[in-house]
Write a protein that binds this ligand. Sequence first.
Ligand SMILES: [Mn+2]
Length: 319
Amino acid sequence: MKQSIITAFLSKTQDRFSEYQKPTGLKERLEIVQKIDGVTGVEIVFPYETEEADSTKKLMQDMGLEFAAVNANIKKETKWVPGALSRPKENLRTDAVQMIKDAKDYAIAVGAPLVTCCPLSDGYDNLFQVDYQKGWKYMIDAFAEAADYKPEMPLFVEYKINETRVNCFLDSCAKTIVFLKEVQNAATGITIDFGHALLAKENPAEILALCEQSNIDYYLHTNDNDWQFDWDLIGGSRNFLHTVEFFFYAKEFGYDKYFTADASPRIFDMLGFFREHAEMNKAIWNIVENLDRDKYRRLMHEEKHMDLMQLVRKEIYRL
Ligand SMILES: [Mn+2]
């Protein structure tokens, strides 16, 4: 497995109540990544931490790191805090689309494999706040325009049930598949965040299969939470068997992109946190590699449910 980290979490972060960790520059963030065994890539947030393409490309090469993705952030600017791609005002949508296009240009310049975008400000807080059909249509058209621009650079979209809106338009994997079917551009995919799947009460492994069957590409974010809030905890720290099953299907489907840590150390020692996250993922991946996956799938076909449960106990939990 290839592992990477969203570098924005290697600096100061904040929530409504507190600030965590010390601020760092891009070079310092990459130096932290170098200290984590098993991590060879980064997802970097455009345009806030990417800096100039030529110098960042060289810095990454000098440090022996690869890009997993460029993350186009279309929710930070004041004008987009209430939404970006779904807003009635055309200029707001156009500017957001332009930001994604710029991120694509940047990704091409630095040699990143994909751009991902998480339009979390698009949605609503009140009932009778937005025109659902128009908002959905605006968002489809805007995303389609961004996808059509330089389609050699694939564009992925990440869903989440809520935050910053009470209801995000793209709140589940199934809805995001419908969205991309409307967008009708093969150079698109879904950024599946393990924790976001839990928040949507999805089974992360099942939605990988859903994407496979619907011929939708995907890129994976790793973390864990309590199914209630996007805590961005260390992978496997709460939902071990779900993580095993998630990796089982990723392996079964030949997933070859990066597994990117969308995890936040908050009160914990930063280096220790990301090292443990990477080690946990690697250890769970090793469990999956040693399973006879054909046997598991054959037993499912034969509906040998208790044989499977026994395998889970003996081979996965090792009890
Ligand atoms: Mn994520």
